[in-house]
Structures are given as C-alpha cells and as structure tokens.
Write a protein that binds this ligand. Structure first.
Ligand code: NAD
Length: 357
C-alpha cells in the first residue's frame, strides 16, 4: 500500500494548476509528514501563487520543469525518489486543443511517456510505489440522453484533448502490463472549485457576470456535464493511491448531471445573490454562439464500483459547493482579473479563427 512508508516523498505533476493545487492541500491534510515535490512548467495555466501556503514548509520542494524534458524528469526522480506520483500536468482546454493539437500530443502523450520511463528507472526496489495517472471521462466520447460511463466503457475520444489523454492512459496501462509499473488510472467528470483557470465554464461565467459582459453559451446550451467538487476528486485520487489495484481504472463522479444552460442560469443567479442584484437579472447576459466542433453531447459517470472498491464517496453538495466557488471568485477578483487577461487573448484568437471560416 502507498501509505506504508510515511517518509516516502510524493511527486505531484501539474501541482500549480487547478486540481493539482487542490490535491496539494488535501495531501498535506491526509499525509502531514510526507515530503511534497511539486513539478510544474508554469504554463499559462499554472501559477506558483496557487501554492503560496506551502512556500515556507520545509517538506515542500518546487521543481520548475517541463514533463516533455526527459532529462529534467529523470533528474527529478533521481533526486527525490518519490514513492507516489500523482500525474496531473497536462494541456487541458478542449478549445485550445482544436487550435493547437500538437501541443497536446507533446505534453499529454510524450510528457506522460517521459514520466513513466523515469518512474521505471527508480522503482525496481520500491514495492509500495504507485503512479496515479489522472485522466478524464472525456476519453469515453459522447453519451446519448441515457446511460453512464463505467471504467470498462470503450474509449472513443472526440477532441485532440481527449484523444491525447486516452493515449496517455494507454501508455500508462502498457507500462503496467509490460514492465510491471504500479500504475493506477483515474477518470473523473468535470471539476469545479476555487482557482480554476478562467477559460473553463464556471469561472468564465462568474467573471463575465461580474463585469456585466455577454456570457457565451455553445449551441442552445443543451449539452450535459456531470459536475464534481475538486476536493472530492482530490480525495478520490488519494484513495486510489492508498487502496487502488495496480493496473486498474477508477471513475470518479458525483451523480450531478447539469444541462449547460441550466448551470449557467444557476451561476448567474448565484452571482446576482452574492452581489445584491435582483436574482434573474444576470440571465439577460446569455448569448448563444456557434457550437464547438466535435462537441460531445453528454457525459455521465457511474462511480458505484469505484466507491465500493476504494471506500470513497463525494461529500460536497453541489448547491453549497457552487455558492462557495462563486464567493471565492468574487473575493479573489485580482487573481481572476490577471488570468482573465491571458484567457481573453486566446478567446479573441478562437472567435476570430471561427468567424473567418
Ligand atoms: N478540470 C477538469 O474538470 C478535469 C477533469 C478530469 C480530469 N482532469 C485532468 O486533471 C489534470 C489537471 O487538470 P486541471 O484542470 O487542474 O488543469 P490546469 O490547466 O488548471 O493545470 C495544468 C497544470 O499542468 C501544468 N503543465 C502543463 N503543461 C506542462 C508541462 N509540459 N510540463 C509540466 N507542467 C505542465 C500547468 O502549468 C498547470 O499547472 C489534467 O491531467 C486533466 O486532464 C481535469
């Protein structure tokens, strides 16, 4: 079991991003004595500020490295000899993967291979090691109006993002079958919570509502996503490292399907409530825009087997989690403003390219 050696270091790739920085907080709570090694390239999506509470902790080390740099990755493994790896570093925005797919192949596929290769190099004498490959339900493609993905559902990715994540998952499982690397693959539904980069739906809607700007909604807003709070996902990842079987796939979800338009209305109402405006006023900001190519209609996760196998269950009720998330973005307006600048540069390129077609 991964918790056998309480001194073993934990390596978290992508630790300066949204889920990585939430996982860091949950790890410190769960395993307070273990060294935490955060490895991150600090792309536009990663920010050391997200790790501010760790900077003075003697058990914390930050490695500024790109996972596609195989030498740097091997050096990090050789120096820190982690017992557990949580691999989250990735290019993650589906729209960006449509404009620049090769960047996704490089980081998500080649970067994952570099990590697996380095882990294999140091783990021959580490029986309790675990490599948790953090993936997404998007690798399964689209669902119709009914049904739900399970761990053994066939892979059928639609976007360069989800295809690159599926490629990474298959590499990880191959390293298990071929080399015996103790890999565990996890696939989670859509996350929400504090510090999510404001190019993703919930922080985009909050930011635009606060600024009184139009809120774009793809198509007619009838696509469906299954939402889970980032802390529940992080706790699931820790449970997978502690109790998961090497070679297995686990799916995390919170039985919380929302149609996009209904979710956007809920967020706008929550912003209205939090800012003292008449609830319902913000709904007038919605603008329907041309749908994203290859836009999966619906995702839903059946997490029953994972719950039973890992003794894990989501705990954050959606209404409370969403209200707290909206509050966090309002209370951290400066954090959001700086990142919105970067997000807007991409949005302008995205809409200009699509109008030119
Ligand atoms: N956000 C979701 O809803 C969701 C759902 C399921 C799975 N996931 C997966 O969880 C992981 C984290 O997602 P997120 O939403 O926190 O992403 P994010 O975009 O907020 O953060 C990604 C992090 O990876 C780092 N990174 C990117 N390229 C890198 C490289 N080449 N080398 C080193 N570091 C690099 C970035 O600097 C950033 O800190 C991803 O693997 C993603 O596929 C996300």
């Amino acid at each position: 079991m991964a918790e056998a050696d309480p001194r073993g270091a934990i390596l978290i790739t992508g630790a300066a991003g949204f889920i990585g920085s939430a996982l860091m907080r949950r790890l410190r709570h769960r395993w307070p004595k273990r060294p935490l090694v955060a490895l991150d390239a600090l792309t536009y999506a990663g920010d050391r500020e997200n790790l501010a509470p760790f900077e003075d902790d003697p058990r914390f080390t930050f490695v500024h490295a790109d996972i596609t740099d195989a030498d740097a990755v091997q050096a990090a493994f050789a120096e820190h000899r982690p017992q557990v790896v949580f691999h989250l570093a990735a290019e993650t925005h589906v729209d960006r993967s449509i404009l620049d797919p090769l960047a996704f192949v490089r980081t998500n596929v080649e970067g994952t291979a570099a990590l697996l290769h380095a882990a294999r190099g140091v783990w021959s004498d580490t029986p309790d090691a675990r490599f948790v490959m953090v993936s997404t339900d998007e690798v399964y493609g689209a669902l119709g109006p009914t049904g739900a993905f399970r761990a053994d559902s066939p892979l059928d990715p639609s976007s360069p993002y989800s295809a690159s994540k599926a490629g990474a998952d298959l590499l990880a499982l191959a390293w298990h079958r071929t080399f015996g690397l103790p890999v565990i693959v996890t696939r989670c539904s859509n996350n929400y919570g504090p510090r999510q980069f404001p190019e993703k739906l919930i922080p985009v809607v909050v930011g635009r509502a606060l600024a009184g700007e139009p809120v774009p909604v793809y198509g007619r807003g009838d696509n469906v996503r299954d939402w889970i709070h980032v802390d529940d996902h992080a706790d699931g990842l820790i449970a997978a490292a502690e109790r998961g079987q090497p070679g297995a796939v686990y799916c995390f979800g919170a039985d919380n399907e929302q149609q996009n338009l209904a979710l956007v209305h809920r967020i706008l109402d929550a912003v209205d409530a939090a800012t003292g405006r008449d609830v319902g006023h913000g709904r007038g900001l919605v603008r329907f825009v041309t749908d994203r190519p290859g836009h999966d209609f619906r995702y839903a996760i059946d997490a029953e087997e994972t719950r039973a196998a890992l003794g894990w269950a989501p705990r954050v009720p959606f209404a409370a989690g969403l209200a707290a998330t909206v509050r966090w973005f309002i209370d951290n307006a400066e954090w959001c403003r700086r990142r919105r600048e970067a997000a807007k540069r991409f949005e302008e390129a995205w809409y200009a390219r699509r109008e030119a077609r």
